[in-house]
Design a protein around this ligand. Structure first.
Ligand SMILES: NC(=O)c1ccc[n+]([C@@H]2O[C@H](COP(=O)([O-])OP(=O)(O)OC[C@H]3O[C@@H](n4cnc5c(N)ncnc54)[C@H](O)[C@@H]3O)[C@@H](O)[C@H]2O)c1
Ligand SMILES: N[C@@H](CCO)C(=O)O
Ligand code: NA
Length: 440
């Protein structure tokens, strides 16, 4: 990389000109003067690469060199930093990112899948080459939460990091809540608005939130990124009836990503989970709607912090990408995961069975005598105490109805045992849905 203190422009290459790539070009144009003033130098786009050179993206790319091959783009002599906005954990984005770092160029990326899977390798390459690797846009879009945890809370031992990390799911859940629209229709709208991943199953199955959580947990707890250890459940099983049921009980449903560390020293264990939860309407995460993200971090000296803002979309994501570029201009670089890779702890995953929770469980059952008795017997035999139980509506005899219950607080493994006891029962017409109630 060229001298980061010089007043010559920081020369960037942008790989990927979709929602985020076009947003970055727009932002660099609109805020050009203030960016140069704050960065102390101009940020100049030198070259770009995408699948289709001729596509109208609403931004003028005629002044930039074009490369068909992303790796060639990454290795250009006239480039200081590769801005990777293509996506995909492996494939051309990873190849180009590695090439950029190996060629001594900085890397700014919005690609959480790649950082969740290969962030440590990339950080090692960056350390070796002594160049910056930055990924603020990868977690919670425009919210400066990577910066918040890496810099803002760096004096604290964190006890808990959790929040809403997927804009698409939050948009779907809050729209369904607001309008009663169905799942497929709302997902299509989220795709149209540019919130969803190229493969939206990553959003709705919780994988995208898991990518982001693994990154945040690594930064927050000084741990090696461990995406494989994230217990992940998405929102595909959540029905409009669950949303209505939760509302009647005083809750909203949100996809919550949560990481905490239990024990200390050699006994420290990291628990990372993504799952739909019931959130009381008084909780600070309950009013978070649309594609908004929010992260709660609890530090032993800072207390509870709440970061909130737009988690997806062209403008907010571009804002985070360009903030990283400005940091590079200012020579604010540092270790991507808050510490050099060699110093990050390899925290083994915690087993959640003993964790105490109140839980919402929804069954779909055949409406016939004995079904409720069978379910409650399984609860009794697994030592699960029921706080309330509702059988919703009444179809014709023998048809499917919904049974929802809330349990008293108890160990998570007991609920699992009850569901195991019911597995294969011909009273159930589908898999039960389990959603914990997030404590306030
Ligand atoms: N859209 C958002 O709100 C958002 C927010 C945060 C992070 N991100 C991340 O930003 C990245 C880009 O997302 P997006 O929404 O802009 O995606 P997009 O699908 O809108 O754009 C992807 C771009 O990459 C190009 N591309 C794809 N495969 C390519 C290949 N093999 N060779 C060359 N170019 C290729 C496409 O032509 C397109 O220009 C992803 O990693 C995504 O996870 C997106
Ligand atoms: N698909 C992602 C984009 C932002 O990372 C989301 O919906 O949150
Ligand atoms: Na961010």
């Amino acid at each position: 990389m060229s001298d980061t203190n010089s007043s010559s422009p920081l020369r960037i290459a942008i790989a990927g000109l979709g929602t985020v790539g076009a947003g970055v070009i727009r932002l660099l144009g609109t805020n050009r003067d203030l960016i140069a003033a704050r960065a102390g130098r101009e940020i100049e786009v030198v070259a770009v690469s995408a699948r289709d050179r001729t596509l109208d993206r609403g931004v003028d790319i005629s002044g930039y060199a074009w490369e068909d091959d992303m790796t060639a783009l990454a290795e250009r002599e006239d480039v200081d930093v590769l801005v990777e906005l293509v996506g995909g954990s492996d494939g051309p984005a990873l190849a180009a990112s590695r090439s950029a770092l190996k060629a001594g160029k900085g890397l700014v990326t919005a690609n959480k899948a790649m950082i969740a899977h290969h962030g440590l390798d990339l950080a090692e390459l960056a350390e070796t080459a002594n160049v910056p690797l930055k990924f603020e846009a990868a977690v919670a879009g425009g919210i400066p939460v990577v910066k918040g945890l890496r810099e803002g809370t760096s004096a604290n031992a964190l006890t808990n990091v959790y929040g809403i990390l997927n804009g698409t799911c939050n948009y779907i859940l809050s729209e369904m809540e607001e309008t009663g629209a169905d799942f497929a229709e709302t997902l299509a709208e989220a795709q149209k608005l540019g919130y969803a991943e190229a493969d939206p199953t990553f959003d709705i199955e919780g994988v995208d939130a898991a990518h982001k959580l693994a990154i945040l947990a690594a930064i927050g707890f000084g741990a090696r990124v461990d995406f494989a250890a994230v217990h992940t459940t998405g929102i595909v099983q959540v029905r409009a009836a669950d949303i209505a049921q939760a509302d009647a009980l005083g809750f909203v449903i949100r996809l919550i990503a949560q990481a905490d560390v239990e024990g200390d020293g050699d006994n420290a264990r990291l628990l990372q989970r993504v799952r739909p939860c019931l959130v009381t309407k008084e909780h600070p995460l309950a009013p978070v709607d649309g594609p908004t993200n929010a992260v709660v971090a609890e530090g032993n000296f800072s207390g509870r912090l709440l970061f909130q803002g737009a988690g997806a979309g062209d403008g907010p994501t571009a804002s985070a990408v360009v903030a990283d570029l400005i940091d590079i201009c200012r020579s604010e670089i540092g270790a991507p995961f808050s510490m050099p890779v060699g110093q990050l702890a390899a925290l083994p995953p915690a087993e959640p069975g003993h964790r105490m929770e109140r839980t919402y469980i929804r069954f779909t059952v055949n409406d016939r005598p004995g079904v409720l008795a069978e379910i409650t017997a399984a609860m009794r035999d697994a030592d699960v105490s029921i706080e309330s139980l509702i059988q919703q509506g009444r179809a014709n005899y023998g048809e499917e109805v919904l049974v929802a219950m809330v349990t008293h607080e108890g160990p998570e493994r007991c609920v699992r045992k009850a569901l195991d006891l019911l597995e294969g029962s011909d009273s159930l017409t589908g898999d039960p849905l389990v959603m914990p109630i997030l404590p306030n």
